[in-house]
Design a protein around this ligand. Sequence first.
Ligand SMILES: [Zn+2]
Length: 158
Amino acid sequence: MAKMNKLIQKHNHDPYLLKEKCPDPCVCERCSVVFHNGNFKWFEKPPANAAKFLCPACKRIENNYEGGVILLEGEFLSKHKKEILSIVKNTENNERNSRPLERIIDIADNNNKITIKTTYEHIARRIGEAVHAACKGELNIRYPEGEKYVRVHWHRDE
Ligand SMILES: [Zn+2]
C-alpha cells in the first residue's frame, strides 16, 4: 500500500503530465501518440480535428529526464549481450503498445555493463523482470526515498 501511495504521488507530481494543458484530442508531432478522452493511445489515424503537441514521453526523451534507470551487469551479460538486448527491445515494444508513454530513452553499452534510461518507472521494472525471468541471476528493484524514479539492478556472474 505504501508503494501504491508513492506511485500515485509520483504520478501527480510528474511535471510532464499536465493533461489539463493539452487540448483534447491532440496528436504528438514527433511520435504520433494521441491524447483523447483523457488517455494516451496509438491510433491508426489520428482524429482529424486533433491539435499538435509534444507528448510527455517525447519531452522526457528530449530533456533526458528519466523516470527509471536499469543497470545490467556481470560476466553473463558480456557473453549473452545480443540475447539480453533483444529481451530489452521486445519488452519495450510490448509495453509501449499498451502504455504509449513507457519508452526507452537511451541505452549505454559499456562492455560488461549496460545502462538503460526509461521515461517512466513501470517499463524499467518490466525490463528488469523480463531479463531476470529469462536469464536468472539477481534482480534488485528500489524506489529511493524522495526520488521520482525507480532504480533496477540486475547482475549475473558466469
Ligand atoms: Zn511523442
